[in-house]
Ligand binder design. Structure first.
Ligand SMILES: [Zn+2]
Length: 287
């Protein structure tokens, strides 16, 4: 069933596990992630970036596709449709399209403007029963030329944004989007601990889940991380499985060129990867 992310994350904080946000790009991606969630009885958050929303012709298409799939597939676990790193305008569009959750990434605005816009969006979300994620500081990525260490958020600023009434908070703790550089210094548990102590039961969000060692993920969950974003890792396994299929010449055998066959190995690879992550995050059986 389609729900906001609020309740599933409150349960995750109380139960000391994390719910995965897996980003979707098309029908196969969505079907694979919903299948993995249902088979493992895990709550799940489907992340949609503004780029992916555009790619799928708009947020309404995405929302209606997910809603129809949840219905047609008989999905019983809680599912949230969540805008990932939304702009102010993107948030408005997703609210209109019927998303159940949004992330407002106001990190490019001066703090006063970030606060004002966040407050306005919180109000709309409350009214509509949606959840809202805010970001403090900026979480970099390889495209930003980040090397060594990602940014760390100011715990006091985290507390200030948490107190506005957001439902989940993303804060930089040395994490980075995309693949991690060789010389990455790891997560700053000191920062995470300081943020958690000030924000209490606020579900904390870890972006850039791809390539963080499993023991660091587990420690982060122990310290209050209740939502972990995974995107690149599903893209990598999808591409790898598709490459193997083509390099083995399978598209040239019989009707191997049929897209339903051509995309199947990648689709199955996503199911396996998502299940593996749900196991690691501890969300299996928690739906
Ligand atoms: Zn992110």
């Amino acid at each position: 069933m389609l729900v906001s992310a609020k309740e599933m994350l409150e349960k995750a904080v109380a139960g000391h596990y994390a719910v995965g946000q897996f980003n979707i790009n098309n029908l196969e991606w969505t079907k694979a992630i919903l299948t993995a969630a249902e088979e493992t009885k895990s709550p799940v958050i489907l992340g949609v970036s503004e780029g992916a929303g555009k790619y799928m012709t708009g947020f309404k298409t995405v929302q209606d596709m997910v809603a129809a799939m949840v219905d047609e597939m008989g999905i019983t676990v809680p599912v949230a449709t969540h805008l990932d790193h939304g702009s102010y305008d993107g948030c408005k569009k997703c609210i209109e399209a019927g998303f159940t959750s949004i992330m407002f990434d106001g990190s490019k605005y001066p703090i006063e403007e970030n606060v004002a816009k966040t407050k306005e969006l919180i109000e709309i979300c409350r009214e509509k029963g949606m959840s809202l994620e805010a970001e403090v500081g900026a979480i970099g990525g390889e495209e930003d030329g980040v090397v060594g260490q990602g940014e760390c958020a100011d715990p006091n600023e985290c507390k200030m944004i948490a107190d506005l009434g957001v439902d989940m908070l993303a804060a930089g703790i040395g994490n980075i989007h995309g693949k991690y550089p060789e010389n990455w210094a790891g997560l700053s548990f000191e920062t995470l601990d300081a943020i958690q102590k000030l924000t209490g039961d606020m579900p904390l969000v870890l972006h850039g889940g791809t390539g963080i060692p499993d023991d660091m993920i587990k420690k982060a969950i122990d310290l209050g991380v209740a939502k972990i974003n995974v995107n690149t890792e599903c893209q990598l396994v999808f591409a790898d499985a598709t490459r193997k299929y083509i390099e083995a010449g399978k598209d040239l055998e019989g009707k191997g060129f049929d897209p339903r066959k051509l995309l199947k190995p990648g689709y199955e690879a996503i199911i396996d990867k998502v299940k593996e992550k749900m196991e690691l995050f501890g969300s299996v059986g928690k739906a």
